[in-house]
Ligand binder design. Sequence first.
Ligand SMILES: *Cc1c(COP(=O)(O)O)cnc(C)c1O
Length: 361
Amino acid sequence: MNELWSEMANRTEPYQPGEQATGLDCIKLNTNENPYPPSPRVFEALQQALSSDLRKYPEADPQELRQTLADFHEVTAEQIFIGNGSDEVLAFAFMAFFSTSKPILFPKITYSFYPTYAALFNIPYTCVPLCKNFTLDVEALSKSEGGVIFPNPNAPTGIVSPLQSVERIVKENQGRVVIIDEAYIDFGGQSAISLLSSFENVLITRTMSKSRSLAGLRIGYAIGSVSMIDALNRIKNSFNSYTIDQLALTAGIASVKDEEYFKDTVQAIIRTREQSKKVFKSIGFTVLPSAANFLFVHHPEIPARQLHKILRNKQILVRHFQKPETEEWLRVTIGTDKEMELFFQQLFVAVDAWTNKSTAY
Ligand SMILES: *Cc1c(COP(=O)(O)O)cnc(C)c1O
């Protein structure tokens, strides 16, 4: 307890992002970044933006990017809200739709920003354990008092819930908001966008950080009813008028307009993911069925913490979450084929060394 700090600063337990390892020459498979560069059109657009008038504020309400995204998703521009990364969109959504008097629900194994935001904004919550096979407990998530949030596909498991399950959660939570964090949906599964025409209480969040290779520019957005988007704008405009800078706006539009590049790179990652899954299994790993750009893997003998360390010493970064329910697992982001080849070379050595060591004793 620091007496000079507010009650808010005192109670919050910050989210810990994966290591960025600046300056290290490593294979970075720990934060789900895209291994491919953004669309070449993004660089052309950025060149132009640099010669534009950076002296001026950007648009407070980025109409062109909203319209471009609306066309892409076949909704109206009024149904799109843009934020500085989807983490910011999620923070605004917690403030706009969840209350301090009614507990919200989210899965026990999930994106660890949710408990952080809940603590920051004083929103009570209950964590719903996953089913035995790591899928969502749809039944339990259908009965919330204050709303629900979950990623689809889930993180860090990578498992996608079928649209009927998502629909059931939305349908049975009438009068409470259900936020579906679709950070990874471009890599597999069906989006909940089709539910927007039947349900008022659903908000979908998306990011350009993963499938569009733009993590460095911080662009996220939400898709929902006009009234839900209104609520997000009320919060945002009470906080910061210009959350998206001019360069990000220009680049975001260029990225969405290059559908071919987007599809090609997403497909390449899916192919590498399926190939990598086979390799993991061939050397004894359990691998959850992933619809995302990462695999959640477990080795029956080598402790995940140890494996994380061995790989790190070889300049390979993967993610290990030090929580009881996931400490036996590693999350490995899908890199290029070349990166995965180098990764598996080191992994083979590590597995071999471990197996020989344990038989030697
Ligand atoms: C990466 C991620 C985000 C955050 O994306 P940004 O747009 O980079 O802030 C949100 N939710 C989940 C589940 C993620 O994995």
